[in-house]
Design a protein around this ligand. Structure first.
Ligand code: HEM
Length: 284
């Protein structure tokens, strides 16, 4: 959950660019960013993180039952960019984001936004309404091109903040040896007993809902998966760029282009006029 990242990492983006979510959501799955290429100061715009997956697939929940996947995401904006206030958001985006709660990562980083978990079936696109800063009001902000980072996740993580593994894992055999016994409780929890060549016995409990890959009598290597990896989700991250554009610069550029066009046209007209004079002179 994003809150696990908020509690465990003051800065969710490590020096190597890895986002905190990837530490616990171990499977990698692609996401996409959709954002404007340039924005004007104080303008409100949307950045979309697309978290596609096959919505017909289910994962196992904490109690081992099949469950739909939820999605969540994180958006690391350039300094000064913030979540748009309710008043600034268009009715169209408000309708799309009904029941979706986007919040700043922390009081220190209000340019980082998190959302989730929310139902993946209805939200494969996470829409973040953002307001651009104004360089006239904030001296730290310049008219520049800035990188920004986004992460999107579907499905449960593999590690809890305590370091404990969740049941969404392929569990490896604790030692090499022979599987001498597999017992399954009424609830579906299995206990796998392995005896090694020295007669040392270990037993491991695999939670409900996991599909075993081994059977009694099998010889297994240490760390060989005992169950099928139940993970159908995954986390992905991407980066992109956004230009904080000055309207004076845009107008200046347009004026320059117009002036260029005009002088070129005048040049051609002058040439035509000169050609007419030349042609007239030839006739005499
Ligand atoms: C569950 C997103 C960070 C561990 C989830 C779910 C989402 C999510 C959407 C629900 C999945 C579902 O129900 O199908 C994120 C995002 C993160 C993040 C966007 C970063 C901003 C972390 C971190 C950890 C973690 C840092 C570990 C410390 C887990 C675990 C679950 C989970 C163990 C399953 C919880 C349960 O159902 O018992 N996460 N997560 N997540 N996340 Fe994360």
């Amino acid at each position: 959950y994003p809150v696990f990242a908020q509690q465990g990492y003051s800065n969710p983006r490590a020096a190597n660019g890895k986002l905190a979510c990837a530490n616990c959501h171990l499977n990698q799955k692609a996401i996409e960013i959709e954002a404007p290429q340039g924005v004007l100061p104080n303008s409100v715009f949307e950045i979309e993180i697309k978290v596609p997956y096959d919505v017909n697939r289910q994962q196992i929940s904490a109690d081992g039952k099949p469950a739909d996947l939820n999605v969540g995401g994180i958006l690391i904006l350039p300094k000064g960019f913030k979540l748009a206030s309710k008043k600034q958001i268009s009715p169209e985006v408000k309708a799309k984001n009904k029941g979706v709660f986007i919040s700043p990562y922390s009081t220190e980083f209000d340019n980082i936004l998190v959302v989730g978990p929310i139902a993946g079936k209805t939200h494969q696109e996470l829409i973040f309404p953002v307001v651009a800063p104004d360089p006239d009001k904030d001296a730290d902000v310049k008219y520049l091109s800035y990188p920004f980072y986004a992460g999107g996740n579907r499905g449960r993580g593999q590690v809890y903040p305590t370091g404990e593994k969740s049941n969404i894992n392929a569990f490896g055999a604790s030692q090499a040896g022979q599987v001498t016994e597999i017992t399954t409780t009424e609830k579906g929890e299995s206990t796998v007993t392995i005896v090694n060549s020295n007669g040392v016995t270990t037993s491991q409990t695999l939670s409900t809902g996991l599909q075993l890959l081994v059977k009694q009598g099998d010889i297994v290597k240490a760390e060989q998966p005992l169950n099928m990896d139940p993970n159908v989700g995954g986390f992905g991250q991407e980066e992109s760029e956004i230009v904080l554009q000055s309207s004076a610069r845009v107008l200046g550029y347009l004026a320059f282009c117009f002036a260029l066009l005009l002088t070129q046209i005048l040049l051609v007209l002058k040439k035509k006029q000169y050609e007419k004079v030349q042609a007239a002179e030839l006739n005499f």
